[in-house]
Design a protein. Structure first.
Length: 94
């Protein structure tokens, strides 16, 4: 199960934090769980680290315009860009 890192800024950290249960429900479609981090030098910059069991479903959610516009951006003040980082198999480059 790959670990995926999602980073973005928010317009209002308090509003975003109150939406935690929405993220739990959304991420449960493709991840067994996730942790939430806040940058120490920018309180409006957050990172989610998820254990993803369904990469296709994760991509479907991230590409779902309604979810991204209505829930993430409008309701939770998520700002673009949203950066998704995937694991790299360094053994093939050794």
């Amino acid at each position: 199960m790959p670990t995926v890192v999602v980073r973005h800024r928010v317009g209002n950290i308090d509003t975003w934090l109150k939406g935690h249960q929405d993220r739990v429900e959304l991420f449960s479609k493709f991840a067994s769980g996730f942790e939430t981090f806040q940058d120490t030098n920018d309180p409006n910059s957050v990172v989610l680290v998820a254990e993803v069991f369904d990469m296709d479903e994760m991509q479907a959610v991230l590409n779902n315009r309604e979810v991204m516009e209505k829930i993430a951006k409008e309701k939770h003040t998520v700002l673009d860009p949203i950066t998704v980082s995937m694991p790299v198999d360094v053994s093939v480059h050794a």
